[in-house]
Design a protein around this ligand. Structure first.
Ligand SMILES: [Zn+2]
Length: 94
């Protein structure tokens, strides 16, 4: 009577993004870049820098992977600490 335990996890198949489809313009060419993005955190604006994103080659829309989005959420709502505080100018068209 021996029990077989499946204790090994299949080694990394973190797929590279093979398919890209811009949800704004429908273009399918993108390059990976590090971008900055402002997030709204219950009325407080926070800036997150160095986010790995796919940037649409056509319209410049930055798309984050689900993993990255989750990482950002954990950072903002969890134990993340800002690396710095910067003043921000706000413009408005209305
Ligand atoms: Zn696009």
């Amino acid at each position: 009577m021996s029990q077989t335990r499946t204790n090994g996890s299949p080694t990394g198949s973190e797929g590279k993004v093979a398919m890209f489809n811009c949800h704004v313009c429908g273009h399918n060419a993108a390059k990976s870049e590090l971008v900055s993005e402002v997030f709204n955190l219950a009325g407080r604006r926070v800036l997150v820098e160095q986010i790995p994103a796919l940037v649409c080659a056509h319209c410049g829309e930055a798309i984050f992977s689900r993993e990255t989005t989750e990482q950002i959420r954990r950072l903002l709502h969890g134990a993340g600490h800002p690396v710095k505080t910067v003043p921000m100018d706000v413009f408005a068209l209305a």
